[in-house]
Structures are given as C-alpha cells and as structure tokens.
Ligand binder design. Structure first.
Ligand SMILES: Cc1cc2nc3c(=O)[nH]c(=O)nc-3n(C[C@H](O)[C@H](O)[C@H](O)COP(=O)(O)OP(=O)(O)OC[C@H]3O[C@@H](n4cnc5c(N)ncnc54)[C@H](O)[C@@H]3O)c2cc1C
Length: 430
C-alpha cells in the first residue's frame, strides 16, 4: 500500500495500491495491458483539485507529473501541442515565452491541463466556450492499450466525447491547443448592489470580454469582476499588491471563516461584513497572470450549469431559499457565463450557459445548503460541474444529456474491460 492520497479540499481520501508516475505514452500502454492481466483498475490524477471523487481508487493511481511541457509550438498559426500532465501555471509561462496565450482560463491555475479540460473546467465570458473548446487535437491511450489521435476532422465523434470524459475513455497524453498571440488584460473589481447588477446584467455580459460576479448571501453586496483587453503596460502587480490583495485578503477572510465555523450562528453577519468590506481596485497584466487567483482559504463546492436565460430566476429562488432556511453560510456565490458547444458531456452542450457555484468553508455543514440549492438548479435544467459535488445518478445524467447513451457506447468500445471504471462511475453504468 502507498500513502494516503487526498484531494485539494480534503473531502476525498483513499489509499491506492500503487502510485505510478509514467514518463512515456508507451509506458502507459504497457501499464494498461498489465492492469488488464492482473484484473486491476486504473485512475489518473492531475492535481487532485476536483471535489467529486473522480480520482479515487483502491487499485492503481497514475500521475502524469513526469509528462509535462511543450511538445511543439507554431507561433505562426498560434498552436501548441502540450503534454497532458502540464500544470496550467507552468503552461501560462511557457506559452508566454513563445509570445502565445490561452484565450480564457478559470480562476485558478493549479490544475493539470488534462484534468482541467476533461472535467469541463470553464472561466467566464459569453464569447468563450469551456476550456476544452480550445483543443484542436487530442491523443489518448484506450483501455486496450491502443493509441488514438482525434480532432474535428479525424474521428470527430471520439474527439467530441473525449474532451469531457473524466478519464473514462482512456488516458490523455497530448493536447494540441488553439492559442492567441500574448495579450494584456485590464482587470477591475468593484463593489456593487445585487439589484443593480441584475438590472444591468446584459450590459455587463456584452460590454466586457470576461464578466463574473460574487454575491454574498444574506446581503445585497456583490463584487463585480470586469476584464477587458488593453494595450496599456502592466501596472499594480508588485510584491505590495500581492501582500495587500492576496495575503491580507485571504488572511482576513480566513480569520472570519474560522470565527463563523466556531460560531455558526454568526455566519450570516460574517457574510454581511465580508460584503461591506469589498474593495475596489484594478490591475493590468498579461492574461495568464490576471485570470489566476490564489485560493488560500479551504472550502467545498458545488457548481451547476443552467441555461443562461434561467439565471435571474434561479438566483432569485436561491436568495429566497437562503433567506427562508437561514443557512449558516458566509462564502460568496460565484456567477459566470459560457458559450454553447457540441461536446457530448459538456455541461454547456447545446446552450449558452450560466454557471452558479456555491461554497462552504471546510468543516462547516454543507449538505442541507447544497441539497436545497441543487433542487433549484435541477428544476431549471441544471447540469453539475463534473469536478464538483453533486448527488446526481445515472438516470439524472441520462435526462440531462441528450448524448449520454451515445457517450456510454463509445466508453464500452474504448474500455470494454472497464479498467478506467471506478467509483463513482460504476454506479453510473449499471
Ligand atoms: C480552488 C479551486 C478552484 C477551482 N476553480 C475552478 C474554475 O474557476 N472553473 C472551473 O470550471 N473549475 C474550477 N475548479 C475545478 C477544477 O478545475 C476541476 O475539478 C479540475 O478537474 C481539476 O484539475 P486537476 O488537474 O486537479 O484534475 P483531477 O481532479 O486530478 O482529475 C480530474 C479528472 O481528470 C481525469 N484526468 C486527469 N488527468 C488525466 C489524463 N491525463 N487523461 C485522462 N483523464 C485525466 C481524472 O481521472 C479525473 O477524472 C476549481 C477547483 C478548486 C479546488
């Protein structure tokens, strides 16, 4: 037995029989064949930043930490082929050195490229799909040890299935990304009121390259994040900014969170206090340094994708439910947007989408809060983020995804011996 492995939030803990760090795709193919012979399962871990138990296994856990870096770059066509285990923070700098950048990112950069893409990770902006839509070509090794290269023109159905597949179709070893010449962003954060934000929502969404907001429950306080391209030079990015914005803000929020956990009856007041303390600020930097935020206060999270047009009604219902049940919560609700796509299991499949994420400080009760809001999201056609907590079953997914059975048929073809099927997936298949 190896050491105990746990995810970022600490809510998933397990002891795999083996922890393996392959260095080449051929080694992966051999491991898969050996697993088949020995009747073992394989799961792959990226950075372990999923809240759902996607990486959990009793058998073999594979990490691609030794398969990182650029394979090739074409500056002229703004494309790069990247090893699947590459961490997003490292990728941002590697691409920057080549004068390139990803068109959009989520709000942290600690994940591995394959882990982020294959769970449907997204940023915000009505002009952008989830991160997986930036992929042009993908290479993976299936459950029989066979290598597949797929794209929009080569095995397109496998491509549309594999981009959001949580390791169920095979182990991804390389990804070719469509990029942009490196660009700078002007990031403004400011305090606002929920009612005015909702009144002006369409303007905010259409007049900013990337727009999102955080709403503090039990209050009307909102923090807006408005991000746009600029030719201005980087500013307000030094060590002092990091100390003020990152360290001090996280330390203050961490201290308030510990207080709320100790005195849950005060969580509503803490949320209102946090809302009052929202500061205004701005910054200009290269894109990959703007998107990434440091998350130093631990939490658990549930996030749902709902049709964009259902957003305001769903948020109103959440507000009423939080008020009615007086949930002890002080973490803000994060609201983001993404463009429709055609990836089989993408939560944004077939519809322009809003994403609503709810969080709870580590160690505070979250079940009643999450379950009440999950019912609201589901009633609005919600689909959970694959990497975040939810209580969905196979029949829920069948209802949510028009291509669910299609995906499962591809899974059967790619991994007939179910080498990649583990908790929670075995519950989805039977
Ligand atoms: C603090 C924090 C902030 C976050 N912010 C955002 C955000 O802004 N937007 C958002 O959408 N999500 C966000 N997430 C969720 C996160 O992006 C996803 O859960 C993502 O999958 C984590 O990447 P990872 O590398 O840690 O993958 P892991 O959690 O390690 O693995 C995720 C899945 O990918 C599979 N996998 C990993 N590598 C491979 C491979 N090479 N081949 C095949 N399958 C593979 C694993 O088997 C597993 O099923 C956040 C999570 C945290 C903890």
């Amino acid at each position: 037995m190896t050491k105990t492995v746990q995810n970022w939030a600490g809510n998933v803990r397990f002891k795999p029989q083996k922890y393996i760090l392959p260095e080449h795709p051929e080694e992966i193919a051999n491991l898969i064949l050996r697993a088949a012979e020995e009747g073992k399962k394989i799961r792959t871990v990226g950075s372990g930043h999923s809240f759902s138990p996607l990486i959990q296994t009793q058998d073999w856990l594979l990490s691609l930490d030794r398969m990182q870096g650029l394979v090739s770059v074409s500056e002229a066509s703004a494309m790069a082929t990247v090893k699947a285990g590459t961490k997003l923070y490292a990728l941002g700098e590697l691409l920057f050195q080549k004068g390139l950048a990803m068109e959009n990112l989520g709000d942290i950069d600690r994940q591995s490229l394959a882990g982020a893409l294959t769970t449907g990770t997204h940023g915000s902006g009505t002009g952008f799909g989830i991160l997986a839509t930036q992929v042009e070509e993908l290479t993976l090794t299936d459950g029989c040890g066979e290598r597949h290269v797929c794209s929009r023109t080569q095995d397109p159905l496998l491509f549309r299935a594999a981009l959001v597949s949580m390791g169920l179709l095979g182990i991804i070893t390389e990804l070719k990304l469509r990029l942009e010449p490196a660009y700078r962003l002007h990031y403004i954060h400011r305090k606002a009121n929920l009612e005015q934000t909702l009144e002006n929502l369409e303007d905010y969404k259409s007049n900013n390259r990337n727009f999102e907001f955080y709403w503090f429950p039990h209050s009307k306080a909102v923090q807006l994040k408005l991000v746009n391209r600029t030719e201005a030079p980087p500013r307000n990015n030094g060590a002092m900014r990091w100390i003020n914005d990152v360290l001090v803000e996280n330390a203050a929020f961490g201290a308030l969170s510990r207080y709320a956990r100790l005195f849950p009856g005060q969580a509503m007041s803490v949320s209102r206090l946090c809302g009052n303390l929202i500061s205004n600020g701005e910054r200009v930097d290269w894109s990959h340094r703007i998107f990434a935020t440091a998350r130093l206060v631990p939490f658990v999270e549930m996030e749902y994708n709902i049709p964009a047009e259902a957003f305001i009604e769903a948020l109103r219902e959440m507000e009423a439910a939080i008020h009615k049940h007086k949930f002890a919560v002080h973490f803000p609700v994060e609201c983001r947007w993404a463009k429709a796509d055609d990836l089989l299991l993408s939560p944004a499949n077939g519809r322009d989408s809003a994403y609503i994420a709810v969080h709870m400080y580590k160690g505070m009760p979250y079940k009643a809060y999450f379950e009440t809001l999950e019912a609201i999201f589901k009633a609005h056609g919600g689909r959970p983020h694959w990497g975040k907590m939810n209580t969905c079953t196979a029949s829920d997914f069948q209802r949510m995804y028009p291509d669910w059975n299609h995906f499962m048929a591809i899974r059967e073809r790619m991994d007939p011996r179910r080498i990649f099927v583990n908790l929670p997936f075995n519950q989805w298949l039977d």
